[in-house]
Design a protein around this ligand. Structure first.
Ligand code: ATP
Length: 265
């Protein structure tokens, strides 16, 4: 996507979709995040960057309570989606994960057909009344993930038979199929070649019209290309966050400066 393409889009909303404050995460005795306070704006792409082990994935997993499934992991502080505390004990975590979908580092299609990969979520959430409804959801999701034309004649073939980049777009279609509001992406291009990466980046730029996206990336070039906001983490602390352009051109903290200029990382 060119800079000119970005300029054609409507001005980004600055409404907060996810508010987090005082977020601490512990793995047993070890503290991995320290009092993180970050507001994620609606329908923008927020990139989480920082050196290996700084806590980017840990923070990302807090947002749809994926840390709940890690034994010994404890999260404290506040995380609110549209003003509602997602750590509320009565909250339905399955519903939360339908609202906040996730795409992982390594494409992980189910060992099922392309159609069934996308239809899986809508089926378990009872989102369709008929086969025609489901067909429409599958078609629409593959279309929005930029994959329809490549797979429309082989919907019954296994998802695992696609190329890596296609598999990742299938996983994005699967996430979109349950109509999430937020999509979390944990280094979604790290297993892909440059051409497949470019396609996913273009897709991310299109998806932000409808979804709030948070992406963990090791590539500063990628963060600069796809995101409007960037948050820099270091040793479990959120050092600074703001407009991507500002973070990359005039960071306030010398640790951010050091990282973006390649002095450490
Ligand atoms: N399941 C776990 N059990 C124990 N410690 C963990 C676990 N997951 C992460 N950690 C620790 O928490 C800290 C933050 O890790 P995290 O994976 O969130 O960092 P990251 O910035 O995403 O790293 P990377 O860029 O290498 O993926 C690290 O010290 C890591 O060793």
């Amino acid at each position: 996507m060119t800079a000119a393409g970005k300029e054609r889009r409507a001005p980004a909303s600055e409404a907060t979709k996810i508010h987090s404050k005082d977020v601490c995460v512990f793995y047993g005795q070890k503290q991995a995040l320290f009092n993180v306070a970050l507001d994620i704006p609606e329908r923008q792409v927020t990139a989480l960057i920082g050196p290996s082990g700084c806590g980017k994935s840990t923070y990302l997993r807090c947002l749809n309570r994926m840390n709940d499934v890690i034994e010994g992991c404890r999260v404290t502080g506040t995380i609110a989606l549209d003003g509602e505390n997602i750590y509320e004990t009565k909250l339905d975590v399955v519903m939360l994960r339908a609202r906040i979908g996730m795409v992982f580092q390594k494409p992980n299609p189910f060992p099922k057909s392309i159609y069934d990969n996308v239809a899986y979520g809508p089926r378990i959430h009872g989102m369709s009344q008929s086969k025609a409804d489901l067909d429409e959801i599958v078609h629409g999701s593959l279309e929005r993930a930029g994959l329809w034309n490549e797979v429309k004649d082989r919907l019954d073939s296994p998802g695992t038979g696609l190329s890596g980049g296609q598999q990742q777009r299938l996983c994005i279609a699967r996430a979109i199929a349950v109509s999430p509001e937020v999509i979390l992406m944990d280094e979604p291009c790290s297993a892909l070649d440059p051409i497949a990466t470019a396609k996913i980046e273009e897709l991310i730029d299109e998806l932000r019209e409808n979804y709030t996206i948070i992406i963990v990336t090791h590539s500063m070039q990628q963060a600069a290309r796809v995101s409007q906001k960037t948050a820099f983490f270091h040793l479990g602390n959120l050092v600074e966050w703001g407009e991507t352009e500002q973070i990359f051109t005039s960071p306030r903290d010398e640790r951010t400066q050091g990282y973006i200029t390649g002095r450490f990382g």
